[in-house]
Ligand binder design. Sequence first.
Ligand SMILES: [Zn+2]
Length: 322
Amino acid sequence: MAPLLRVRPEDAKDYMRLFVNRRAYTLQSSRPNPESGRHHYFRPRAKGTGKDLSLTLDTVRRHLRGEITIGLYAINPATQRSKWVAIDADYDGAMEDLLKLQYHLGQDEVEAALEMSKRGGHLWIFMAAPALARECRIYIYNLALKLGMRIKGTGLAEGIEVFPKHDELRAGEFGNAVRGPLGIHRGAARRYWFYGADYELTKQISFLKRLRKLSEGQLRRLIAGKTMPPEFERRRSEPAEFRHVPFSGREFRVLEHVGKTRTVGRNYVTQCPSCAEAGQDRSGDNLAISIEDPRKYICWAGCTKEMIRRAVGCPIPVRQSA
Ligand SMILES: [Zn+2]
């Protein structure tokens, strides 16, 4: 494992100013899942109360130190805005695409910082003040399409992924999280740095602070006359009325609540709704549902039935005592 670092309080504060959009966060598990071999992310909850833990300065300090590894959400649901855009690419030729994007962003006078990752990298753009997620997405998608870049989520298995992945979040939604930079990746057991500064915490953070930030005015000039490409005009998954129909007492069938499934051996396999809520299971294979008895299902990443039921809007009813 990469060595733990001493973290200056100022660095943790600056990191929070740069990266933290909301207090909800995810945590990368320190041990790999025995089934998948991957280090999954989950939303940490307080022992006892089960309430979501809130991101604090100390959480950030421990992440930078290397004790824990956090994932950061892209959208603050109160404003539908983000302090940053992160472009993730992890396929063969990913770095080439990210460098090309970085160059063309530069032509628009948008500075972007390139962070290494396990396969490929993440390209980060920081806002002078939080910008509407939708406007950030309009800009990046139009630019990437102009450059002929492959983009994930349009039926392509490989391509760049843009965070924020949503225009807006509804109450209670989290959207997708990205691994917080500069910590230790649990799977790779190493730290990934930004190109452009010495591989040292304080120097990396000063580098990010010095980057030119994108203002709302500049962003609006860049997207003037542009619209969201139709393939990225995300439809709401289900109408709100449907999601919140209280559990009627009819037997719960998880198959009625998940997306497309594949058949693997004796199971249907699909994306786990609870993992998806935490911005995880991008490969869409964490949830296995027995073909023989579709009442039986399991998430290989370790989500409980309670978490899955809550994620699909059909929480397990609390038993009445009388
Ligand atoms: Zn799961």
